[in-house]
Design a protein around this ligand. Structure first.
Ligand code: NAP
Length: 487
């Protein structure tokens, strides 16, 4: 199948934090791949900003090292010619007027200001962009997650950014929404007659969402210790996935039609407050152990602080209070130093109402639809079939298994490739609207508050395990199990 990419208008993309981990590891490689596919117009400029004193050549040299081997190296220099650098301190006035002049050289370009710095700088950067009138015309600002650390701080950031950029110019990125599988969820649910009639409490037993990482916190320990698993993963990525599973069919794929439906889901999440928090949530922190065959230190040792109460694992049971989902639990779990790197959504259907098969045919297992977001994006539908051949009617539970990479013979692209160009195109469908972020914090805050008030330490778990045993108990108490296929 021929893959076509849609052209975009010429743009200037300014990356604040252009020397940082996200920019170098994700954003620039994504842009390089789009360049290789001919999607970056020749006059477009990519400008990295950070405090480090570098000139264009120095920045390009840094990037060259990071980008070699990630695409066609023979075209790397041509790509880097479109990349430049400006040293600027977001907190100091020097240099901003030169920067504004540089941007002013291309008045017709779409302007994207990507805030890939710590969130504390978002307000200062936007204020300066506003001072120089860089918020005018086709200007957009992209905010990395997490937007705030609770509802109050999210409001502070959104208010300050909102004084400079209006909501239609503001793109709150959640790269999970750019993943193929998540968009495939829309195609599966709303492009097939098969699933939607069954997509409700009458037929679905429960839903599981797992985002498991094998890595520890490494060099991001200082940032992570202020966040923890709930703020870093669950409040944003995992709730967004939950919304995509649970939302009503939008009337179209227009940005607000989709986001209105997601918002309704977030607003329908049943609060988990006070005494319920201990019953419905489990927080953990990894200790030393063996991860992927290697002995690794525990979180506290990696952090260099033996007193931290930050969770590196969270599992919880969420419920959505509406007609479609009444009584259907959504089990969410995420953590660091788990046995495999896997992100998946499991939709487990109810068993058939009556078995016509005898006891000797084998157990009747649940149909499960498994949407794998990583590492190998794809879809698995577990079905019960007859084991082929003689020997009587023996039942087997087997998957219809489709890996997108194998089925379509195309290499999966990083979600940032799509999302960056969606910003240039001015399409916010896959970005979070302010009210979504607020609704997500409104639900998460009471959990964080109860944890803080309880003062209990997270439960320890060995690196390389699936988290504290209480996370297994959380689901087994309800007579269910975590999807073993991911184990
Ligand atoms: P990072 O590696 O610490 O990079 C921070 C960048 O900001 C550096 O380029 C730094 O360069 C620059 N910076 C710091 N202070 C500055 C100032 N006063 N003025 C101008 N530039 C300044 O952080 P990161 O991991 O890339 O993360 C960036 C953002 O993305 C954060 O909000 C993070 O939560 C989010 N995020 C990151 C990832 C990831 O995988 N890394 C994933 C999801 C979201 P100088 O020190 O030279 O100024």
């Amino acid at each position: 199948m021929t893959v076509t990419s849609q052209p975009v208008e010429a743009f200037d993309l300014v990356i604040f934090g252009g020397t940082g981990d996200l920019a170098v590891r994700k954003l620039l490689p994504a842009l390089f791949h789009r360049f290789l596919d001919g999607q970056i117009p020749a006059s477009s400029r990519i400008i990295g900003i950070a405090r480090e004193t570098l000139d264009n050549e120095g920045y390009r040299a840094q990037l060259r090292g990071a980008l070699v081997g990630s695409g066609d190296d023979s075209r790397l220099d041509a790509f880097l010619q479109q990349v430049g650098y400006r040293p600027l301190d977001a907190r100091k006035p020097e240099g901003w007027s030169d920067f504004a002049e540089l941007i002013g050289e291309q008045p017709d370009h779409v302007r994207v200001f990507y805030l890939s710095t710590s969130p504390e700088l978002f307000v200062d950067i936007c204020a300066r962009l506003g001072d120089f009138g860089l918020n005018k015309g086709a200007s957009r600002v992209v905010m990395e997650k997490p937007v705030g650390r609770d509802l109050a701080s999210a409001n502070q950031i959104n208010d300050a950014v909102g004084r400079v950029f209006n909501e239609s110019q503001t793109y709150r990125i959640d790269h999970y929404l750019g993943k193929e599988t998540v968009q495939n969820l829309l195609a599966l649910r709303f492009g097939n007659a098969l699933f939607e009639p069954l997509w409700n409490a009458g037929h679905i037993d429960h839903v599981q969402i797992t985002v498991a990482e094998t890595l520890g916190v490494g060099h991001r320990a200082a940032y992570y210790d202020r966040a923890g698993a709930l703020r870093d993963m669950l409040q944003n990525h995992m709730l967004q996935l939950l919304c995509m599973v649970a939302m009503e069919p939008p009337s179209s794929l227009s940005p607000d039609a989709v986001r209105d439906e997601k918002l309704k889901v977030l607003n329908s999440l049943k609060p988990i407050e006070g005494g319920q928090v201990a019953q419905y949530t489990v927080r953990g922190q990894y200790r030393a152990g063996v991860a992927e065959g290697t002995s690794v230190p525990g979180y506290l040792d990696e952090l260099g602080d033996s007193k931290s109460n930050t969770e590196t694992f969270v599992a919880l049971k969420a419920e959505i209070g509406n007609w479609r989902w009444a009584g259907v639990p959504f089990y969410l779990r995420t953590g660091k130093r788990l046995p495999h790197r896997v992100s998946e959504i499991v939709v487990a259907f109810k068993p058939v109402p009556h078995s016509i098969f005898g006891a000797d045919t084998g157990p009747l297992a649940q149909n499960r639809l498994v949407l794998r977001l990583q590492p190998d994006e794809g879809v698995k539908l577990w079905l019960t079939i007859k084991h082929p051949g003689p020997g009587g009617l023996r039942l087997r539970h087997v998957p219809l298994d489709m890996s997108f990479a194998e089925a379509f013979g195309v290499q999966q692209r990083d979600a940032y490739e799509r999302l960056l160009l969606d910003v240039v195109r001015g399409n916010p469908t896959l970005f979070m609207r302010r009210d979504e972020v607020e609704a997500a914090w409104r639900w998460a805050d009471p959990i964080l508050d109860a944890w803080a008030a309880g003062g209990e330490s997270p439960r320890p778990y060995a690196a390389g395990s699936w988290g504290p045993s209480a996370a297994v108990a959380l689901i087994e108490r309800d007579g269910r199990t975590w999807n073993e296929d991911s184990d």
